[in-house]
Design a protein around this ligand. Structure first.
Ligand SMILES: Cc1cc2nc3c(=O)[nH]c(=O)nc-3n(C[C@H](O)[C@H](O)[C@H](O)COP(=O)(O)OP(=O)(O)OC[C@H]3O[C@@H](n4cnc5c(N)ncnc54)[C@H](O)[C@@H]3O)c2cc1C
Length: 394
């Protein structure tokens, strides 16, 4: 059988590419090296936060992605929830930035609401009184229980008659052959397709390494923690805090962003890319993170796998300043990895006329991936150059 499109990699990018191609009636081959989603897509916070994205392209893609997730919520009500995102300021200057951001949101028709410290604590009771100086709530934003979401999503895709889903099947080559594109698997099978799309996450050394392992790309390693469950504590939606206001692109558009004073904390927080995010899972446990260590994509062998206790100690110290919890017993710790394109924030390239690569989306794949892949798939089938598919909005 010859497919209309073969998609290699079934993280959030590859899976949504399959979703959009199927919606337009195409015959799709989706292949992943693993038996279940195991990349960045399930190691993340699951915060779907257009509010943090830069105000042009990426916030628009985030807003469209909220609509696309909305199409799926009835299939997975316990994995996708619309409970909003709350940014909490820890000083007067950060509160002013939230006010400026709120004004920008009003001008750009994106709903947000300024909250007083009392209103913030009404929403999240354990917020420390000395920490919280005010908040900005985005009520329409969503959270995903990512492992569960991908389980449902893979099942949903698997049930589609026009999809052939090969799991536990690493792809070792994608090449032009006389009758189309050949997708060669480690099992020895070769599948034939009109075109191919590779969404390989941070695995840059397997397919087209000469295009992917370049100076423009870097790899990021993040450390994450999960507490033991809390029975009585409720932290609805996404909770984002002071260091995030200083880190996320959206806030750089606020007139007084550049006048923010340096935070009065250990410089290692900045060096290790630590900012504090929280999301509560259905079992009551809190995911707390994260940190960012960067590695060159030129040599993926430099990427390390260790969990560094000194990073977890810094994360925990800041978390304790923010939330007064009955305990900080950690049940799980893990690393996540993603690739990131440094200039445009996404790697989009056609390796040949009908072989396309999309990766390097960095820390915004859950927020913007569904809408990005809608555009990518449309461009591929309209035979427009992939590199140009977002060009007007950069
Ligand atoms: C700790 C952490 C926290 C994050 N938090 C958030 C967040 O809250 N909000 C947000 O928007 N984003 C977040 N992100 C970013 C987001 O998770 C990523 O941008 C996104 O998941 C990337 O998706 P992907 O499909 O490119 O990669 P992946 O999810 O890594 O998927 C790639 C897939 O390709 C497969 N593959 C690779 N090579 C081959 C091959 N040769 N053959 C077959 N299969 C192959 C792999 O098996 C894998 O399943 C976070 C990331 C991390 C690591």
């Amino acid at each position: 059988m010859k497919f209309d499109i073969a998609i290699v990699g079934a993280g959030v990018l590859g899976s949504f590419a399959a979703y959009h191609a199927l919606k337009s009636g195409k015959k799709v081959l989706l292949i992943d090296a693993s038996t279940k989603s195991h990349g960045a897509t399930v190691r993340n916070f699951g915060q779907i936060v257009p509010s943090g994205m830069n105000l042009n392209l990426w916030r628009n893609l985030g807003r469209r992605s909220l609509e696309l997730y909305g199409e799926l919520t009835s299939l997975m009500p316990d994995a996708l929830k619309q409970q909003g995102s709350l940014y909490v300021a820890s000083c007067a200057e950060e509160t002013s930035i939230l006010e400026e951001m709120h004004e920008i949101n009003c001008e750009t028709d994106y709903t947000s609401k300024l909250l007083t410290p009392t209103q913030c604590r009404k929403r999240i009771a354990p917020l420390a009184q000395g920490y919280c100086h005010g908040g900005l709530l985005y009520p329409q934003e969503m959270s995903s229980e990512s492992t569960l979401m991908m389980k449902y999503f893979w099942k949903h895709l698997d049930d589609e008659a026009n999809l052939h889903f090969k799991k536990a099947t690493p792809v070792i080559a994608v090449e032009e052959v006389h009758s189309g594109i050949g997708v060669r698997c480690s099992t020895g099978e070769i599948h034939l397709s009109e075109r191919a799309l590779i969404c390989c996450g941070h695995q840059l050394s397997h397919l087209f390494p000469h295009l992917l392992q370049t100076k423009k790309m870097q790899l990021s390693k993040l450390q994450m923690l999960r507490t033991q469950p809390f029975e009585k504590i409720k932290v609805p939606g996404n909770l984002l805090t002071a260091l995030t206001i200083r880190r996320y692109e959206a806030f750089k558009s606020c007139p007084n962003y550049k006048n923010l004073p340096k935070p009065q904390i250990d410089p290692d927080y900045k060096k290790l890319g630590i900012h504090l995010l929280f999301r509560q899972s259905a079992d009551g446990s809190l995911i707390i993170g994260d940190s960012h260590e960067y590695f060159s994509a030129l040599d993926s062998g430099t990427l390390d796998y260790e969990i560094r206790q000194e990073i977890n100690t810094l994360i925990m110290a800041e978390a304790k300043r923010i939330l007064n919890l009955p305990h900080y017993n950690i049940a799980r710790a893990w690393n996540g990895y993603y690739s990131q394109e440094n200039n445009r924030g996404i790697f989009l390239k056609s390796a040949a006329e009908h072989i396309h690569l999309v990766t390097g989306i960095g820390g915004k794949g859950m927020t913007t991936g569904p809408a990005l892949m809608e555009r990518v798939v449309k461009n591929i089938f309209e035979e427009n150059p992939l590199e140009e598919c977002l060009i007007d909005e950069y």
